[in-house]
Design a protein around this ligand. Structure first.
Ligand SMILES: Nc1nc2c(ncn2[C@@H]2O[C@H](COP(=O)(O)OP(=O)(O)OP(=O)(O)O)[C@@H](O)[C@H]2O)c(=O)[nH]1
Ligand SMILES: [Mg+2]
Length: 192
């Protein structure tokens, strides 16, 4: 813990941690919509346009200031995801839980992310969002976890939540979990 953090703790304030989080997932999974739902209300409410450039959104939860890097999930843009891996301290992987046809593609893309040399061996937390839970046929989190073979992910903490960009409250549970994980990463191990 740095001196300023120690002083802040003495004064009773919680140490604020900053965490870059990488938001990944196939095109149209709902990444940009979910991040917009975390913003203050937008009266225009237009659906996001097809995205080519990364977009950064800032939000706070549980004493953590997140900078969320929202990148395009279009097939031709997925090769660019790896540019952001080194800076990431957490990953949010968004899946359209109602798009059964592309679940295998989502699983393969997630496996590639986690196996990348800039990701494997780093215990950064993985939050999987089973998005579009409002849509007919959306898989619940436990079934999505099976479809993505998440039981094989043993080198990092992971968690799956059902979300809908149309229900902001549905997003907060997952973000709170991520904030706890990030804070634990920044908490120095205590001697026993
Ligand atoms: N029903 C429903 N539609 C959603 C939800 N989230 C996003 N959508 C819609 O799905 C479409 C794609 O959403 P985006 O947020 O642009 O998806 P994205 O993952 O950012 O896609 P790329 O930027 O192309 O990678 C839009 O028409 C959204 O309005 C949701 O939770 N429920
Ligand atoms: Mg987008």
């Amino acid at each position: 813990m740095g001196l300023m953090d120690a002083i802040s703790s003495w004064l009773g304030g919680r140490t604020r941690v900053s965490a870059p989080v990488l938001v990944l997932g196939l095109d149209r999974a709902g990444k940009t919509s979910l991040l917009r739902a975390l913003r203050p209300p937008d009266p225009a409410g237009a659906p996001p346009p097809a995205q080519l450039q990364p977009n950064v959104e800032h939000f706070q939860s549980g004493g953590v200031s997140f900078s969320a890097w929202d990148v395009s999930g279009a097939a031709r843009a997925r090769a660019l995801w790896e540019r952001h891996y080194r800076r990431a301290q957490a990953v949010i992987f968004v899946v359209d839980a109602a798009d059964h046809l592309r679940l295998v593609v989502a699983r393969e893309e997630l496996e590639l992310v986690l196996a990348h040399p800039d990701m494997s061996g780093r215990r950064i937390p993985l939050l999987v969002l089973a998005n579009k839970s409002d849509a007919a046929g959306a898989l619940p989190p436990d079934r999505l976890a099976v479809a993505l073979c998440l039981e094989r992910v043993q080198d990092r903490p992971w968690h799956v939540c059902a979300t809908s960009a149309r229900d902001t409250n549905s997003i907060h549970d997952g973000i709170s979990w991520l904030a706890r994980q990030v804070r634990e990463m920044h908490t120095p191990a205590r001697d026993h």
